[in-house]
Every structure is written in C-alpha cells, then in structure tokens.
Ligand binder design. Structure first.
Ligand code: NAD
Length: 267
C-alpha cells in the first residue's frame, strides 16, 4: 500500500530534496507541499503528479487525512506543525534541529498522544555511528579524552549541530557522565587545564559543506578520529522517507528515533 506524504517547508533545501525523491518512489504518494506564503513561488510542482500546494498545513491535512507529515523547517514552525498534527492524529517525521530544552520536553510529552519521530540526523551512517561509538569509548577507557567537531555550510542557522550534540551525549553516556554537565561548547581565554570529565564540541561554518562530524579519542602518544562525511542532502532525504514508511499507521507511545527504524526495518 502506498504511503501518502505531506512535505512541510517544500521550497527549502531539504523539503525540495524529499519531494523529488518521494515522486520517484513507487511505494510513496507525494500528496501535498506546504510552504509559507512568501516562498510559494519557489515551490517546484512535480510534473505529472497531482499535488496540493498549500500555505497552511491545516488546509493540506483536510485534503489528505492520514498522510505522514515530514517537517524540515525551523523549531517554532515544527512545534506548530506538531500541534496541528496532534489535532488530526497524523504522524510527523521531524528533521528540524535546534530545539530548546523546553521545546524538546514538549515534543516528548506530545509524543504520548501523537505518533512523532525525531532525528537530528537522518543519515543511516551517522545513526550506526551513534550505536557503535559507546562501545569504542568503553573499550578505550578513561585515559582517552573525547572531543567532537562539526563543519556545515554558511547558511546553517544553529550551532553546534544537533548531530554533534547527540554524538557528545552518546559519548557521555558511555562514561556514565551527565551530558549537560560534561559538554563544553566554547573555549576562550585562560581556561586552565582541560578537566577530565569534559567533551568539547566545536562548530566550523563555511561554503557549501553538507555536513562533516568528527569524534576524537585523544590518548597518550596516539589518537583516533572517526569522521562521517555527508556528500549530499539526498542521504538525509532517503533516511527521512525510510522513517516516513516506518511511521505510517504507527501508534503514539514515545518520541521515536532512527534507532527504532534501523532495528526493525533491517533494510
Ligand atoms: P531551508 O531554510 O532551506 O528550508 C526551510 C524551509 O521551511 C524554507 O523554505 C522556509 O520558507 C520553510 N518554512 C518556514 N516557515 C514555514 C511555515 N510556517 N510553513 C511552511 N514552510 C515554512 O532549511 P534546510 O536546510 O532545508 O533545513 C531545515 C531544517 O532541517 C534545519 O533545522 C536544519 O538544521 C535541518 N536539517 C536536518 C537534517 C537531518 O538529517 N535531520 C538534515 C539537514 C537539515
């Protein structure tokens, strides 16, 4: 059975990549594209497909009840998407990054009554890395300092990336540290010696870099660097569509993540 999709932020870098791939997929139906009024003329309507173009999600949902919504926009917009979806019982796949702690808590609460999926990085490679890094950290042991760097294009609005924060969280978890207490997002001035229980996260911005994340394990006389390079946005779009297939008809429960999809879909 084909899964119907509504793409929020359809004129955006991610929204347009997702719409393009959805049209090419035999098991997906691109039903509606939603974009804010000022950007409506930038929305590309796929040739040969009947697609609703709307400026409000509510209007699109009346046309396609039960569709899975994919949202790559901005935190405040996504929060509104989730509230609207909640009224209709529609599942939402969230790719937006940069949520505040309060917004993130609201998403956790809303996920109990609305099927919600959130992944700050939809790439299969990054998600496998998230699963495997704690094993590496545990094997190397306490003698290795851990640091994370990320590089993104010059139009990215939030820093550090949601993925860098997740990587640091996974590393802190492997050591049994509280992630918020061990993260160090900025170093400047006379900062003194590096505390042992610390994971630095640094952001580099420039050009058209789609996304590079490196985790460093720094020991005595050696270091390991594990780097993931995203070559194009398509890899995130492929992951988002995979998550949308998995979310179709799913019951609410908790905020689902890519690890749920990877564990159960086995593709
Ligand atoms: P973008 O600015 O190119 O696209 C965002 C789009 O949302 C724009 O077209 C904008 O007009 C639209 N929009 C804003 N308000 C809207 C509204 N009320 N209704 C409908 N559309 C609205 O940004 P992007 O590069 O596509 O990234 C979007 C988000 O996705 C960012 O938070 C980014 O960090 C995140 N992102 C996540 C992943 C991942 O794998 N999870 C990958 C890449 C980007």
């Amino acid at each position: 059975m084909s899964v119907s999709l509504i793409v929020m932020g359809a004129a955006g870098r991610m929204g347009s990549a997702i719409a393009r791939l959805a049209v090419e997929s035999e098991d997906l139906t691109l039903a509606a594209l939603v974009e804010r009024p000022e950007h409506q003329e930038k929305v590309t309507r796929p040739a040969g497909a009947e697609v609703i173009v709307a400026s409000r999600l509510e209007d699109a949902l009346f046309g396609v009840p039960g569709a899975v919504i994919i949202d790559f926009t901005a935190p405040a917009v996504t929060m509104e998407t989730v509230r609207t979806a909640s009224r209709h019982g529609s599942p939402v796949v969230i790719g937006t990054t940069g949520f505040s702690a309060d917004q993130r808590k609201q998403l956790d609460d809303l996920a109990r009554r609305t099927p919600l999926f959130l992944s700050p990085n939809m790439s299969v490679g990054v998600n496998v890395l998230l699963e495997e890094l704690p094993r590496l950290a545990a094997m190397l042991g306490d003698a290795y300092d851990m640091e994370v760097t990320e590089i993104h294009h010059n139009r990215k609005k939030d820093a550090p990336s949601g993925t860098a924060a997740r990587l640091a969280e996974a590393l802190a978890g492997a050591r049994g540290w509280d992630p918020s207490g061990s993260e160090r997002r900025c170093r400047d001035g006379i900062i003194g010696e590096r505390p042992h229980q610390e994971i630095g996260i640094q952001a580099v911005r420039g050009g058209d870099v789609v996304g590079v994340h490196t985790v460093y394990f720094l020991g005595h006389g050696e270091r390991i660097e594990v780097t993931h390079h995203a070559h194009s946005r398509e890899n995130f779009a492929v992951g988002a569509l995979r998550a949308a297939r998995w979310m179709a008809g799913r019951k609410p429960g908790r905020l689902y993540a890519m690890s749920d999809v990877l564990q159960t879909s086995g593709q």
